[in-house]
Design a binder for this molecule. Structure first.
Ligand SMILES: [Zn+2]
Length: 752
């Protein structure tokens, strides 16, 4: 019986007429008493689900998918033309047909006598209309399957088959196929694109590419459903590019081992009732949305094979497209809309993805390296070459070096980027040893913002621990707000909005900076999540699809001194743009930041820390790329260095160390203790080494606000003050500034 189950769709497809046979003429048929061989295959009689029948001494063959194919026929059904039994446009090789023929079987032997009815409605045989009710040997219906009479008129005159009958061999019918007909692709093949097909044989390979020579990456069984994205003819045979209805990669399957599924009603012909912006939809208008046109206002919204975020992505939207909504369904706490893609396949689009795309579209994301974009070297001792090949070397750079791409060359399938060295020479660097410098993107709603996601059941998905960090993933719901209730050196409590506890979240941990985690319902639609962490560990909040990702970073020392193994990003301010300029000597903000930064690097490196500079020469660095670099490399600390200035107040002087951690930003506030502590230690260190007034201040600077890691901005002194400008002009004072920051960092890290 198992074979039957998978073939239901195929069988139903070929029923053709579903009209009730109440008024239909009933006839009595019997099983053949002689063997029947169709296209070299001896037909099963006793245990066939759809046995051959004999009526008025004429043998009738069931028009199931199996028998139709065996005879090189095709059945069609349309409202206008009714049932059609025609010669197939594409005929398979006999050996394939014989190997694949698998009749539907029953466990109980068939009886001798069977009641069938005369098929009604419009019928065409070989594209010619027949009046079935007045035919001497009409098409019959039996067990909901159309039965076709193997009369001389149809078999020989219409279809041109070889037809013999004798008492030894019984009825032998063999379709004659000309080589021209064999495997000739028909237009019908292309109609399959966008449709669901059902695998119609057992152990059918799913391949990486079209053709039997391609590597098999999976296997499908009869009844398995796939969506066709495209077709390709290889050695005269059609292959379908398919995607699983439940997700996964695209694959290729032999088209002749599938059959188009029955549920293929075309809803796109519905005239649209009007135009709406999909962003404005809400669940209460779902039913009225079916048939409406959706105007897409953002590119890159995922189109999926099914109503799950884990389902395969079968396409993406382009801004300006419109789609007709074919169906709507709620799943995974969001609404999904079924649309038909340009290539014809149906796909699902979720409100959550739409919202996410709308959020992201306000911040352009570029992961692609283009001419004019920046790259960061991701390995040490990388050669800068004179040509985009592994030839003559100009110089060498280390991990963290940053360049603007001047040109891109593709050589032997590998990308090379042309960049300019600090000396101004144009050189080439291997693309695979670099990473695109990308602004960190986070659509997470933090602070006192309204949740925009669906009310979601919270669950702990995973806790991954290394010595340096613990990554917690919680099912939370994209667009739902997160607030930080309070934070200390060893605890952070988050308030998660628009969620309920689906599961108990409570545990202790040993292998990373997270010590314990406990969630409890706070009030209606809110959950409080308490994290106990090792001293000085800080949290970074992020989002991955529906998951809230909390990364807890350790600040504990892992070497013989507290700076060993630390990764520090030093950010000399400005570059090309000079920033503030001294009134007397013309000392620039940019030059002070760079020189103090380079001196500080030497001090850190001597203690075993790794330092990445946002710039090492007078080059321009985009403001947002500075914190993005720290985020990308997961820096332990970020230190931006500037020279200050104020108009009209030449007496104003002193060193200022800034941090930013307002309680309106969940992530920054969760780090408020470590951020203010870092600023205080650095300020104290600077006061000590320079003997100048030094104070801690708070400000909403992008390099601090957009930074996921403990970060400060040091204003080393006022260039608008003649005395401080003169100090900043000396190498000795800039060294003291570097030592002050260094001592501050040292004492800060020593706490942990
Ligand atoms: Zn500045």
């Amino acid at each position: 019986m198992k074979k039957f189950t998978g073939a239901v769709c195929a069988a139903l497809l070929l029923v053709g007429l579903s009209a009730t046979p109440a008024m239909a003429q009933t006839v009595t048929a019997t099983l053949p008493t002689f063997p029947v061989t169709l296209n070299g295959t001896v037909m099963e009689q006793q245990y066939a689900q759809y046995p051959l029948l004999v009526y008025k001494d004429i043998t009738y063959v069931p028009m199931t998918w199996e028998e139709t194919r065996l005879l090189g026929l095709e059945t069609t059904y349309t409202q206008a033309d009714g049932l059609g039994v025609n010669k197939a446009a594409v005929v398979r090789e006999q050996s394939i047909l014989q190997a694949e023929y698998e009749p539907y079987k029953v466990e109980k032997a068939n009886g001798k006598s069977h009641q069938a009815t005369v098929a009604e409605g419009l019928i065409h045989v070989n594209h010619k209309s027949i009046e079935n009710g007045s035919e001497e040997y009409p098409l019959l219906l039996y067990r909901d399957i159309t039965y076709f009479p193997l009369t001389w008129r149809f078999a020989v005159d219409e279809f041109g088959w070889d037809y013999t009958f004798d008492h030894t061999n019984g009825l032998v019918i063999t379709p004659k196929v000309t080589p021209k007909e064999m495997n000739t692709p028909s237009n019908a093949i292309h109609d399959v694109v966008g449709k669901k097909v059902v695998v119609n044989a057992t152990d059918v390979y799913l391949r990486e590419a079209a053709g039997t020579g391609s590597e098999a990456i999976g296997m499908a069984q009869k009844g398995y459903e796939l969506i066709v994205l495209g077709t390709k003819t290889v050695e005269g045979k059609e292959w379908y590019q398919v995607v699983d209805t439940n997700g996964g990669d695209t694959m290729w399957i032999a088209g002749w081992l599938t059959v188009v599924a029955e549920d293929q009603s075309n809803s796109t012909s519905n005239p649209s009732a009007g135009s709406i912006q999909i962003e404005s939809t809400n669940t209460s208008t779902v039913n009225s949305m079916i048939g409406q046109t959706v105007d897409i206002t953002a590119s890159g919204i995922k189109l999926r094979a099914d109503t799950k975020t884990s389902a395969a992505v079968v396409g993406e939207t382009q801004k300006g497209e419109s789609y007709t909504i074919l169906a709507a369904k709620e799943a995974e706490g969001t609404m999904w809309y079924q649309i038909r893609m340009k290539i014809g396949a149906r796909a699902w689009i979720s409100e959550k993805d739409i919202k996410n795309a709308a959020l992201q579209s306000t911040v352009p994301v570029s992961t692609e390296v283009k001419v004019g974009s920046d790259i960061i070297v991701n390995a040490n001792s990388v050669n800068l070459r004179l040509a985009p090949v592994t030839g003559a070397v100009d110089s060498m750079v280390d991990k963290g070096a940053r360049f603007t791409v001047l040109a891109i060359a593709e050589v032997n399938d590998a990308e090379w980027y042309q960049v300019r060295t600090a000396e101004g020479t144009k050189v080439w660097i291997a693309g695979w040893l670099t990473t695109a410098a990308v602004a960190y993107e986070n659509a997470l709603v933090t602070g006192n913002n309204a949740s925009t996601g669906a009310f979601t059941g919270m669950e702990l998905i995973s806790v991954e621990e290394t010595g340096e960090k613990t990554v917690i993933k919680l099912l939370h719901g994209m667009g739902n707000a997160v607030n930080t209730l309070n934070a200390s050196n060893t605890a952070v409590t988050l308030l998660l909005d628009n969620v309920y506890l689906n599961d108990t979240i409570s545990g202790t941990y040993q292998n990373g900076p997270l010590a314990a985690m406990k969630a409890q319902t706070s009030s209606d639609r809110m959950v409080q999540l308490a994290l106990t962490v090792e001293n000085g560990a800080y949290c970074v909040l992020g989002e991955e699809e529906n998951l809230l990702v909390i990364t807890v970073y350790s600040q504990r020392s892992t070497g013989s001194n507290v700076l060993e193994n630390k990764l520090i990003v030093i950010d000399p301010g400005h570059g090309v743009d000079p920033g503030a300029i001294g009134k007397v000597l013309g000392v620039t903000d940019a030059a002070v930041g760079l020189d103090v930064g380079l001196k500080l690097r030497n001090l850190f490196e001597a203690q075993g820390a790794t330092v990445i500079m946002t710039r090492e020469s007078d080059v321009r660095v985009a403001l947002n790329d500075r914190p993005a670099l720290a985020n990308q490399v997961e820096a332990d600390l970020f230190i931006s260095i500037h020279g200050n200035s104020i108009d009209g107040r030449p007496e104003k002087n002193g060193i200022e160390t800034y941090y930013y951690a307002p309680n309106t930003d969940a992530q920054l506030y969760a780090q408020s203790v470590v951020r203010s502590s870092l600023a205080q230690h650095i300020s104290d260190g600077l006061g000590m080494t320079t003997g100048r007034p030094s104070e801690v201040r708070k400000a909403n600077y992008a390099v601090l606000r957009e930074n996921n890691h403990p970060s400060v901005l040091v204003e080393t002194g006022y260039l608008s003050n003649a005395e401080e400008e003169a100090l900043l002009a000396t190498d000795e004072y800039r060294q003291r500034l570097a030592e002050g920051i260094f001592i501050g960092v040292l004492t800060y890290l020593s706490q942990y």
